[in-house]
Ligand binder design. Structure first.
Ligand code: ADP
Ligand code: MG
Length: 279
């Protein structure tokens, strides 16, 4: 057996797949640049460490059940001037996760509540925290079923374990009495232990109508808001902006000379139709 064959066998039995995959490249590079023994070892091991880190992050991202991956870089703050960027910068430090404090994003549909909550969850995952995303409806349905089957405590653990729980779309549908009680239990159990990021189209004053009972609504708000940041977004829907832009194109074309072939492909009715349905 040649030394390289022995190295390959060792890499296989140690499960160092990333080094195995890049072995030839690493050796060729070293032959050219002649690094010190220390630098060479460092580079070889970094190759495996990086691969493991990205595998681990991918797994964490999958576990989080994010509806899409959107980042802060993809968010146009200029479109939503009611958002205080300093507040967002502070949240991006993830101090709120360390402090187990909550983030509540309020505003009408389409203003970026889900986008920003996903971006925060993604940043936290990158920093090594566990996150889980669920809509209020799915959460209450799931826990309601667990309650009826006598396994609420066990099921609740799924929503208690991650350092960040994103609860999306609170308030689109009212909760029944069981739903409200379960929601209260969840918020109480996470209180001062782990963060909740919550989005809602209802202002706090309207929460009584979500829970059907002002007393439970007050009890939930009390715990949720004690350590929290509220981001109140007042502005136009980004979805509407996209649609409006798409809708305006034909009128703009009417007043202008025929577009060049390259531009007309992007403006074709079929692409507009597709964009419309995907919104
Ligand atoms: P909400 O949860 O408030 O209803 P979303 O976060 O789902 O709204 O936003 C709707 C769509 O518009 C998403 O695809 C989102 O990425 C995008 N979006 C919303 N606001 C912005 C923004 N200011 N910049 C870039 N994309 C945005
Ligand atoms: Mg949303």
């Amino acid at each position: 057996m040649t030394p390289i064959e022995r190295v390959r066998n060792a890499l296989t039995s140690l499960g160092l797949k990333a080094i195995d995959a890049r072995l030839e490249g690493l050796l060729e590079q070293a032959a050219k640049t002649e690094p010190s023994y220390g630098d060479f070892l460092d580079e070889v091991l970094a190759c495996e460490v990086d691969a493991r880190r990205s595998r681990y992050l991918r797994a964490r991202l999958q576990l989080a059940h994010l509806p899409f991956v959107k980042t802060f870089e993809q968010f146009e703050f200029a479109f939503q001037p009611s958002i205080d960027e300093r507040q967002i910068r502070e949240l991006r430090t993830l101090r709120f996760v360390h402090e187990a404090s909550n983030v509540i994003l309020l505003g009408p549909p389409g203003v970026g509540k889900t986008h920003l909550s996903v971006a925060l969850a993604e940043a936290a995952i990158q920093a090594g925290f566990g996150a889980y995303f669920i809509t209020t409806h799915d959460l209450v349905t799931d826990l309601g079923r667990a309650y009826r089957e006598g396994r609420l405590d066990r099921r609740m653990r799924i929503y208690l374990a991650p350092k960040i729980l994103v609860i999306d779309e609170m308030g689109y549908l009212p909760l029944d009495e069981l739903g409200a009680t379960i929601f209260f239990q969840l918020v109480s159990a996470r209180y001062e232990r782990a963060s909740i990021i919550l989005t809602s189209n209802k202002s706090y004053g309207d929460w009584g109508s979500i829970f059907g009972d002002p007393i439970i609504a007050t009890a939930i708000l009390d715990r949720l808001l004690h350590h929290s940041t509220t981001i109140n977004i007042r502005g136009e829907s980004y979805r509407l902006k996209d649609r409006r832009r798409a809708g305006l194109l034909p009128r703009a074309e009417d007043q202008q000379p025929p577009p060049l072939p390259a531009a007309s492909a992007a403006d074709a009715p079929s692409s507009r139709g597709k964009r419309g349905t995907s919104l």
